[in-house]
Design a binder for this molecule. Structure first.
Ligand SMILES: Nc1ncnc2c1ncn2[C@@H]1O[C@H](COP(=O)(O)OP(=O)(O)OP(=O)(O)O)[C@@H](O)[C@H]1O
Ligand SMILES: [Mg+2]
Length: 235
């Protein structure tokens, strides 16, 4: 992968306003943010401050209602649903806060699906290796409902990491894990950056994870409150 000066993610005055039954809710406003290739960015901030929403906007899973959002030089706000889905399939891995595993598929099938969509003939063999990497080789035939929260989280991580995306967006990826599993997962996440030059954006409450990020942005009330060096963020 060659390095370029164009940021991998470029948000300019991005905002998100959603309609609810009580009227419009301003969820994000005035977000200016660039993330460079190979950079790891941590997103922190109190509950409800907009961390998950910002991650969704970066992935085109929520379309910004104002401003612009570019990923790999492409304007996500100008793409239709199909183009966005294709773009994500080719370039992005997303780990949702609530995992979003497909309940009718086994762990193995969940991880193999994006590999199959990407045309890998050995999708199931690769998926098994990915599950082993998150310590779940022995759970491959289990359905999500038969797995603990931390195990589901690890399956979701395996699924996101398996296609080696150039951008990984992860919402509290170690949120349900004990210390040793959390560390193993952090090593896998940072390994994607170290080995493949991927760009990582991670929402986290964990100081250990924030400390390992190159840069940390703190949100408050849907706005960027501060940009911190990682040593400050970990305090
Ligand atoms: N579909 C929606 N309609 C209206 N308001 C919403 C919607 N989705 C999220 N919100 C509101 O947007 C705000 C930001 O939510 P978000 O999920 O991004 O917060 P967060 O920082 O990820 O919080 P947490 O740490 O609890 O996960 C919250 O006040 C939430 O209630
Ligand atoms: Mg959230």
């Amino acid at each position: 992968m060659t390095k370029t000066d164009t940021p991998v993610l470029h948000l300019k005055d991005a905002s998100l306003t959603l309609n609810s039954n009580t009227g419009p809710v301003r969820i994000l406003q005035g977000i200016d943010l660039d993330v460079q290739q190979g950079e790891t960015l941590g997103l922190i901030g109190p509950s409800g401050s907009g961390k998950s929403s910002l991650l969704m906007v970066m992935g085109g899973l929520e379309l910004a209602t104002g401003g612009t959002v570019h990923a790999l030089g492409q304007d996500l706000t100008a793409m239709n649903e199909d183009a966005l889905a294709r773009f994500r399939r080719q370039n992005m891995g997303v780990v949702f806060q609530s995992f979003h595993l497909i309940p009718t598929m086994t762990a193995l099938e969940n991880v193999a699906t994006p590999l199959e969509l990407a045309g890998h003939r050995d999708a199931f063999d690769r998926a098994q290796v990915e599950l082993e990497a998150v310590g779940l080789g022995h759970r491959s035939e289990h359905f999500p409902a038969q797995l603990s929260g931390g195990e589901q989280q690890r399956v979701a991580l395996a699924r996101a990491l398996a296609p080696r995306p150039s951008i990984l967006l992860a919402d509290e990826p170690t949120g349900n894990l004990d210390e040793s599993n959390g560390e193993a997962i952090m090593d896998l996440l940072f390994g994607l950056r170290d080995r493949y030059g991927a760009t990582l954006v991670m929402v986290t409450h964990a100081p250990e994870l924030a400390r390992r990020c190159d840069r940390v942005v703190r949100l408050r009330d849907g706005q960027i409150a501060t940009e911190l060096s990682t040593s400050e963020a970990a305090e």
